[in-house]
Write a protein that binds this ligand. Structure first.
Ligand code: C2E
Ligand code: CA
Ligand code: CA
Length: 618
């Protein structure tokens, strides 16, 4: 760099005292510096910096008075003068000697001068820092050139370099190179007060596909998901695979709102994607956490922002997976915590004072319209006889460790309910929902066994509905508990089938009697051909495995007929009956007309009750 080059660099003099500012400016211009700009506050410095973000080499350095208004000079210098990249901007701080200095001076383009500095001191510091900056710039250029040359010289070398920086499977950046690149982006964004958001994307229940189908299939799923997401991302986005099934994607110049819209599109695209291996098809979902840049509280380290996005992602997983959550240091966590704390005493009181109640919804055989059994659905009695649905209090009970007490309450009360029915209703059987953690407590088996013995209720009158969560999170434990409860004579249904991971292979080894096809496939079944194909494949495979299928959310007669045509065994939904306090409400529905079949035209294969029999006892 020639002295002339130095003199053309922009120097920002940030001193609110007019006289001092003028003094420094005159010193510099008298030495030939041609572009000296004045700032009288911290904010003003950023205003001057902003238009220069594209041309960092035009900017020479900044001279700051320690007492400049609206300026945390230590932070400002840390942002600008630290770091080893070529975009660092030197800072000279003028103030009382001995006051604080940045901690880590190594590599910093930084120096301090006393209030009463000598003119030569200032000029020497300016020239020295400008030279240092220039040298750094040159070094960076040379490095770049070297890399290019190397790449050109030998493709093998280039490949090697690529492999060191990238994930071999997906070709994305790996964790360490992502952090390196991200540090640069963060530095610049902080300096220029840019917007941006980091997405942490985690494939839900990925380990399961690895276990069931092998690593090769798992790898293929990751590659396909990478391609899907890459297609949606703005070109040139920083995208990395930072863990087995974890991805980070930084969206530059995007606000939090825009990041959420983008995350929604990723979530929906993945939801709609189906992954085929042989005759088996999988659905995949992702949980996404978002951490947006906040200019009021800039993040200094890439690790910090990755952690925030990861925390938000964990929150999304806790919220039931297939969700998007935005990191907010207090907001969501506090709100959920407050909600949980609100419910805890109410749940305890309801358990103590029997303010919980059971409702019953019929499950109907589609061949003949007979009622097979009833699903037990829990409610809480609120103030003024208000009835509160389970979606309000069960999630809080799960998080606060009260769900097991609820599960036991429901099991005991459902069995007592059966025991209290008159003997002519001994054909009635019930399906009871168990929570995802039900199998973590060994006393469940004991409670069921003791209650059945005590009441003389036949175990075959009970079916337990579990979701994949219960099974997936602790496969072996769940399998052994289910086998023990089944050996008592009870049956099992896998609830919400298809909503989560939907693995047929996993089903093969799982000891359940019924598959309850999730309502999302049923609601629009009549008009949606894809749903019809999916339901058909679930039915085929269930039949091959010797299991019966139940469709939930059967809301119209048309849906019921379609399900019957596809070969689904049983149906449940508003078309047949809503959850009622009184079992016998349900028989008012003219099922035989609804299903276009006389109620006595088919043998009853699941249970012995029928609408006809049923109404006899009214
Ligand atoms: P789930 O087991 O999937 O229960 C089906 C839910 O769908 C019920 O809501 C039921 O009222 C509703 N439903 C039934 N037919 C239709 C229909 O045709 N259309 C529509 N839109 N909805 C229909 P509910 O009773 O609010 O229960 C919600 C969830 O709460 C249940 O989902 C289950 O996961 C949980 N739950 C309910 N009772 C218990 C319980 O005793 N113990 C535990 N651990 N969880 C329970
Ligand atoms: Ca259920
Ligand atoms: Ca369900």
């Amino acid at each position: 760099m020639t002295p002339r080059d130095s003199l053309e660099k922009i120097i920002i003099v940030a001193d609110h005292r007019a006289e001092a500012s003028q003094h420094i400016t005159s010193l510099l211009t008298s030495q030939g510096f041609s572009d000296v700009r004045k700032a009288n506050s911290g904010e003003h410095i950023y205003e001057l910096l902003r238009p220069l973000h594209d041309q960092p080499d035009k900017l020479g350095l900044i001279i700051i008075n320690e007492n400049l208004p609206q300026c945390r000079w230590l932070e400002l210098c840390q942002n600008l003068a630290f770091g080893t990249d070529s975009t660092a901007v030197p800072c000279i701080v003028i103030g009382t000697p001995g006051t604080s200095s940045p901690q880590d001076m190594e590599n910093a383009l930084f120096c301090r001068l006393p209030d009463a500095f000598k003119p030569e001191e200032l000029l020497l510091s300016v020239m020295f820092l400008l030279k240092l900056k220039h040298e750094r710039f040159l070094r960076h250029k040379q490095e770049e050139q070297l890399i290019n040359e190397l790449a050109a010289k030998s493709i093998v070398d280039a490949k090697l370099k690529f492999l060191v920086a990238h994930d071999e499977l997906t070709g994305l950046f790996n964790r360490s190179s992502f952090e390196r690149q991200f540090r640069l982006v963060l530095n610049l964004s902080n300096k220029l007060q840019k917007t941006g958001a980091l997405l942490f994307i985690d494939v839900d229940r990925f380990s399961l596909i690895n276990e069931l189908e092998g690593f090769e299939v798992g790898d293929r799923l990751l590659v396909e998901l990478t391609l899907l997401i890459r297609k949606l991302a703005p070109p040139g986005s920083l995208f990395a695979r930072i863990g087995a099934d974890e991805f980070c994607l930084f969206l530059e110049n995007k606000s939090q709102k825009q990041a959420i819209i983008f995350a929604e599109s990723v979530k929906t695209t993945v939801e709609n994607f189906r992954f085929f291996t042989g005759e088996v098809s999988y659905g995949a979902t992702v949980s996404i956490g978002i951490a947006a840049l906040d200019n009021a509280a800039p993040v200094q380290h890439p690790g910090e922002m990755i952690l925030h996005a990861r925390q938000a992602c964990n929150f999304a997983k806790l919220g039931g997976r297939d969700k998007i959550r935005v990191y907010n240091s207090d907001d969501t966590a506090v709100r959920q915590r407050r909600n949980d704390i609100y419910w805890v005493p109410l749940i305890r009181k309801a358990l103590r004072e029997n303010d919980l109640l059971l409702m019953f919804q019929p499950v109907v055989q589609l061949t003949n319209g007979n009622i097979s059994h009833y699903e037990v659905l829990l409610r809480m009695r609120g103030d003024n006889d208000q009835i509160i649905g389970p979606d309000k209090f069960i999630p809080a009970a799960e998080r606060m460790g009260l769900i097991h007490a609820i599960d036991l309450w429901v099991v005991e009360n459902a069995i007592e309910f059966l025991a209290a029915l008159p003997s002519y209703m001994s054909y009635v059987s019930l399906a009871i929902n168990l929570s995802g953690t039900a199998f973590q407590y060994p006393d469940l088996l004991q409670v069921i066994r003791e209650k059945l013995e005590l009441t003389w209720v036949d175990a075959s009158r009970l079916t337990f509905e579990i979701t994949e969560t219960a099974a997936v999170d602790n496969f072996d434990l769940a399998r052994s508990m289910i086998s023990k409860i089944r050996s008592l004579g009870c049956k099992f249904a896998l609830d919400d089938f298809g909503a989560g991971f939907c693995s047929f292979n996993y089903l093969k080894t799982f000891p359940v009697d019924y598959l309850k096809i999730d309502g999302q496939f049923i609601r629009n079944l009549v008009n949606d051909e894809t749903d019809q194909i999916l339901v058909k494949s679930m039915v085929d495979i269930a039949a091959r495995l010797g299991k019966q299928t139940i469709a939930e959310f059967v809301e119209t007669p048309g849906t019921a007929l379609k399900l019957k045509e596809i070969g689904v065994n049983l149906g449940q939904g508003y078309a047949f009956g809503r959850p009622e306090r009184n079992l016998l409400e349900s028989q008012k529905i003219p099922l035989s007309i609804l299903l276009n079949a006389p109620s006595d035209s088919h043998p009853d294969t699941v249970n012995s009750d029928s609408v006809k029999q049923y109404s006899k006892f009214q």
